[in-house]
Write a protein that binds this ligand. Structure first.
Ligand code: HEC
Length: 104
């Protein structure tokens, strides 16, 4: 899971720059579906609402790829990043600030 998560952080950072410079989004990262089954580092635990957080993340990722105009793109990007933050507040608070820095 940690490796997948580092890819996710890189993804939102790159995507934020793409939005700012009016570039097309990166290809939908298919490997992000691995979040559904990824296991955590020993000692860490999933929250009781883990599956819900995963589902929201996948929904918002799909929504983000539906929009084109720049205003909606920012809003949907933020909605996606907030699903990262919501899960992180419960499961892994460490990176919350780093993730939030990418919000518009
Ligand atoms: C369903 C819950 C959940 C969602 C959604 C989620 N994360 Fe995570 N994230 C975790 C957990 C749990 C860990 C700890 C993983 C481990 O230690 O194995 C983690 C770890 C991380 C880490 C630290 C990785 C490392 O080097 O140890 C980063 C950075 C991160 N997530 C970024 C993100 C970003 C960016 C998003 C959204 C694009 C996101 N996460 C979405 C649960 C989530």
């Amino acid at each position: 899971m940690a490796k997948l998560m580092r890819e996710m952080l890189l993804f939102i950072k790159t995507e934020r720059l793409n939005i700012e410079s009016g570039k097309a989004p990166q290809l939908l990262p298919k490997e992000f579906t691995k979040i559904k089954t990824a296991r955590v580092t020993r000692g860490k635990k999933f929250a009781p609402r883990h599956n819900e957080y995963v589902a929201s993340f996948m929904d918002e990722l799909g929504n983000y790829y539906q929009v084109n105009d720049s205003v909606a793109r920012k809003a949907f990007f933020n909605a996606l990043v907030i699903t990262c933050v919501t899960c992180h507040k419960e499961e892994c608070p460490g990176p919350v600030r780093t993730i939030q820095e990418n919000l518009f």
